[in-house]
Design a protein around this ligand. Structure first.
Ligand SMILES: [Zn+2]
Length: 332
């Protein structure tokens, strides 16, 4: 009890269908892509485009049949996100989906994209409004005219190969402001695992709670020392280079996870597949999202990672990482 006897509000996760207690999410992919549409004026490689409703629904049905409960869709504002399609997918399949606000790396935008001109405060106001009121609807390009009633549940940010330059610092400052105003978690993209520690320190320095920070792709180019330093900051590391043999084998992925678990960081790891079309079975790819729920956990266990730790990475850690945690001070 605080604030003169007012009971502390309970933690919740903001899904595309509404707010739910974290424990109802079930087994969760913390970084994936269910919908990425083309944006006018942006040359997106075909393998990035995930825009067939029936196929995405089929992928989710399979994910669910293998025990999947929730997917975080990591495509943010203006980058081909379609929050209304995500809400439809969630309703028809029964899989929980968390949608992203925030902005992605420059690769996903036209050179004249609004975020380059916007102030920190304007960016923060956009992120807050997408979390509290609803995400802007997909319209194929700019300007983004219509707000949907589907609310975002995470703030996505990114850095490119040069780390936090002036532009990305502006975006990260805005993400931190939006976190402090709403309690929404922050999910970052790292380019080939670089600058994860820099990202986390910057966000923490700007008032983001470490347990609300998820740093993605820290297993692309494996640097154990950087991973250990990052985990020591109390943030979550998202390992999503699973079944991506262009980077390394799953055996190497599992060795890395074992190392981190043995170092005592099993409570700081979340998992995802960061899918492109190449890995979504319903789009003709392999092995499909269900692999994260069955094949990969089995391989982890065969290689000495216990069930308890697997459950932490797929269930308990995502539940904490994705939770809005009211009752703590979010005054800005
Ligand atoms: Zn991604």
């Amino acid at each position: 009890m605080k604030d003169g006897g007012r009971p502390a509000e309970k933690a919740f996760v903001r899904t595309v269908q509404g707010d739910i207690p974290p424990r109802l999410l079930g087994r969760t992919s913390c970084h994936d892509h269910l919908v990425v549409k083309r944006v006018d004026g942006v040359e997106l490689p075909d393998r990035f485009v995930i825009d067939d409703y029936e196929k995405s629904a089929l992928e989710l049905e399979r994910f669910k049949s293998y025990g999947g409960g929730c997917v975080l869709d990591a495509q943010p504002f203006g980058a081909g996100r379609d929050a209304e399609m995500l809400a439809c997918l969630s309703r028809t399949t029964g899989v929980h989906i968390v949608a992203s606000t925030g902005v992605h790396k420059c690769f996903f935008y036209r050179d004249d994209f609004w975020s380059y001109r916007a102030s920190t405060e304007e960016l923060a106001a956009l992120f807050v409004s997408e979390i509290q009121e609803g995400a802007y609807a997909y319209d194929g390009g700019l300007p983004l005219l219509r707000r949907s009633d589907v609310r975002a549940g995470v703030i996505k940010t990114a850095t490119g190969k040069d780390g936090l330059d002036d532009y990305y610092k502006k975006v990260f400052r805005a993400a931190a402001i939006a976190h402090r105003r709403t309690g929404a978690p922050v999910l970052t993209h790292t380019e080939l695992s670089a600058f994860g520690v820099q990202q986390a320190r910057f966000l923490i320095g700007h008032g983001v709670r470490p347990s609300s920070i998820i740093i993605s792709h820290m297993d692309r180019i494996i640097d154990t020392a950087a991973n250990v330093e990052l985990a020591g900051l109390g943030v979550y590391l998202d390992y999503d280079t699973i079944a991506r043999t262009g980077y390394h084998s799953d055996e190497e992925e599992i060795r890395h996870i074992r190392t981190m678990v043995d170092e005592g960081f099993g409570d700081r790891i979340v998992l995802g597949m960061d899918s492109t079309r190449d890995r979504l079975a319903s789009y003709g790819g392999s092995p499909g999202l269900g692999y994260l729920m069955t094949g990969f956990p089995e391989k982890l266990k065969e290689n000495g990672v216990c069930q308890r730790t697997v459950d932490r990475m797929l269930v308990e850690n995502p539940h904490t990482a994705l939770a809005f945690k009211p009752g703590e001070d979010y005054g800005d």
